[in-house]
Write a protein that binds this ligand. Structure first.
Ligand code: LIP
Length: 264
């Protein structure tokens, strides 16, 4: 069943990615509305992409639940819930920064069992099943199994992070990052949590910290990172909107202490 869920996520994710790539105009994308703040934008393409994903998945599995960033939640009767971000990295999408992704996860009885993330800008895919490992598929290359590399020293760690759309929260987060940056190699702010977590799995970063993630930002990328050997935690041990912190086990204890010490 888990493989069937991943196969469906991959098939629909690829179609959704092709829809977004085909529909995106040149230059900047028009903003249809804003949400939590004037800079938390949504486009008509976000909405169209989520509707496509919802229709395709529920046409195959009509009894499942569906939780999407842009639309009305659907409470089904099966034990499967689909957790979907149609375009994670929306601001990047609007501006044309090539880091924005379709993120689709399937949870069974509340546990994420399958996850699929595709970078719409370059077609690179990441996928995982719980207990089945994580994989990256780059266009024209063979799939490779992902195993996050060990990190020799915390002060040599490359840390990915992100900031909240609400200015006051973002200001506090920036202050915490300013306290962290002298104690690590450097920081990267790519603008897509799903791709940040996939990057952690692929060894593009050594650690990750962010506050304000929603379930659809975290579900698929979190499974992909975990299945590559990454430890993910939060304020009380489990990642949620309050805090997500993740790192390779070789530095996770030190890094989590640093996150707390820097005031996240
Ligand atoms: C984005 C996240 C990113 C975060 C942004 C935003 P969206 O999700 O993926 O990590 O820093 O503020 O929340 O809004 O593009 O789906």
């Amino acid at each position: 069943m888990t493989q069937d869920l991943l196969d469906l996520a991959r098939s629909v994710g690829r179609e959704a990615s092709a829809y977004v790539a085909r529909t995106r105009p040149g230059g900047r994308v028009d903003v249809a509305a804003t949400k939590s703040s004037p800079t938390d934008v949504v486009t008509a393409i976000d909405k169209g992409c989520e509707e496509l994903i919802r229709q395709r998945i529920l046409s195959v599995r009509p009894d499942d639940s569906f939780l999407g960033e842009e639309g009305d939640d659907i409470i089904g009767t099966s034990d499967v819930q689909w957790i979907v971000d149609p375009i994670d990295g929306t601001v990047n999408f609007v501006y044309g920064v090539p880091f924005y992704a379709v993120s689709i996860a399937a949870a069974v009885d509340g546990e994420v069992e399958a996850g699929f993330v595709i970078n719409i800008a370059n077609g690179t895919e990441f996928s995982a099943t719980r207990g089945g490992g994580s994989y990256r598929n780059s266009p024209g290359k063979d799939a490779i199994r992902l195993e996050a590399p060990t990190v020799p020293r915390l002060d040599h760690a490359l840390v990915a992070t992100g900031y909240h759309y609400v200015r006051e929260i973002r200001t506090k987060q920036a202050a915490a990052v300013a306290r962290m940056i002298p104690q690590v190699r450097d920081v990267r702010r790519i603008g897509s949590a799903a791709l940040d977590l996939c990057g952690l799995a692929a060894g593009s970063y050594d650690a990750y910290v962010e506050q304000g993630l929603m379930p659809w930002d975290l579900a698929a990328g979190g499974l992909i990172a975990r299945e590559a050997g990454i430890v993910i935690s939060g304020l009380d041990g489990s990642p949620d909107e309050r805090l997500v912190m993740a790192a390779h086990p070789s530095i996770s204890g030190e890094f989590f202490d640093l996150v707390r010490a820097c005031g996240f």
